[in-house]
Design a protein around this ligand. Structure first.
Ligand code: TXA
Ligand code: MG
Length: 341
């Protein structure tokens, strides 16, 4: 069966999308890069088994070479090919959550080149849920996979729409597949099996409680993990807008805003709760934006909003602290990194 007929079997995609997927697969086979949608954020993909293509990703992102990439696969059974010594609990989680926003860190197989893992003996693997991502992976063929970090410059906000990739990396990637707005909007949960007890290296759409419910055992949350395991999403400053961002409780937001406004600065106050909103706007250099009070909707919008706010030339973004609840963990984590200074 040729590549075209494989792609044509993908249900739910328009003929135009199917043609683009065939073209994208050809680019990837030839060692090029393709940005593609996933349910979390857009990825910048290259053929895992082609080190020169992988190096292009690092160059385009300005990403240090020792920061490993996530490998995207189209079937749970592909785990055998890319990882070894896979614990039973990892299989269980893959069965339960894939395709979906969970990355499993496992011992890598010899099929994973050094450049994908930054020389580490582990590899991050994930089966994405977006139909275009899955169709692209299937069009690549058996024993192929896509190494793909988020399709943004190192340290900046991940893209949740094709236009974001176009604006930031448009002249450097060989092709961008447009799959609309990402449904989750925040990067995958990363779970490491490096130690006996699985450890969450990066919170995401899948909560610790959801993982524990499948495993019937606890997982650890790596808050103050030593930086010997290099996960860029765990650096203190990451996912950052260009405009300085500060996080305050509802009760303090407006006071800080008015102090800054007195210095002739333009401030955007970003709230989610009724108490955050109830304060009167004290100065015309202070504007307010209300985010959803539901974590799923908040997470979906967050990155696109930060990009939008960045373009509006505010001097400061003052953001209301999210609720202290496990469902808000990924949002709190990203805001803390975005506010690190
Ligand atoms: O949702 C996602 O995970 C998106 C989409 C495109 O799949 N990808 C993504 O990739 O966020 P990236 O490269 O922006 O973030 C991947 C994170 C980095 O913090 C990286 O260091 C970590 O995963 N990572 C990858 N392999 C690892 C490994 N073997 N050990 C520890 N951390 C690893
Ligand atoms: Mg990233």
């Amino acid at each position: 069966m040729n590549k075209t007929s494989v792609a044509h079997q993908q249900a739910g995609l328009t003929p135009e999308q199917q043609e683009q997927i065939v073209a994208a697969a050809q680019i990837l086979h030839a060692g090029g890069t393709v940005a593609f949608p996933t349910e979390t954020v857009y990825g910048l993909g290259a053929d895992v088994s082609n080190p020169s293509a992988i190096h292009k990703i690092y160059r385009i992102k300005h990403r240090p070479a020792d920061h490993p990439l996530i490998v995207h696969i189209s079937a749970i059974s592909d785990l055998h090919h890319w990882a070894r010594a896979i614990p039973e609990s990892a299989w269980k989680l893959a069965q339960h959550f894939w395709p979906g926003p969970l990355t499993l860190i496992l011992s890598r197989s010899p099929h994973i080149p050094d450049c994908v893992t930054g020389g580490q003996d582990t590899v991050g693997l994930r089966m994405p849920a977006h139909p275009i991502a899955l169709a692209l992976l299937r069009a690549l063929g058996p024993e192929k996979a896509l190494a793909a970090p988020s399709a943004n410059r190192f340290g900046r906000i991940s893209p949740t729409a094709a236009a974001h990739v176009q604006q930031e990396l448009g002249t450097e990637v060989d092709m961008i597949l447009d799959g609309g707005t990402c449904q989750v909007g925040l990067e995958s949960t990363i779970l490491s099996f490096h130690d006996e007890i699985p450890q969450i290296l990066r919170p995401g759409g899948i909560t610790p409680a959801a993982i524990e419910a499948v495993l019937h055992s606890p997982v650890l949350l790596a808050h103050n993990r030593p930086q010997t395991i290099r996960a860029s999403g765990t650096l203190p400053a990451h996912y950052a807008p260009a405009t300085p961002l500060r996080i305050y409780p509802a009760a303090e937001l407006w006071q800080h805003a008015s102090i800054l406004a007195e210095q002739d600065l333009r401030i955007l106050v970003i709230t989610w709760s009724a108490s955050g909103q109830s304060q009167p706007v004290l100065s015309k250099s202070i504007e307010q934006f209300v985010m959803p009070s539901d974590p799923i909707a908040y997470g979906q919008q967050l990155y696109a909003r930060l990009r939008q706010f960045d373009q509006a030339a505010f001097d400061y973004l003052l953001i209301e602290v999210p609720p202290d609840h496990p469902n808000w963990l990924a949002i709190t984590d990203r805001l803390q990194r975005a506010s690190y200074h």
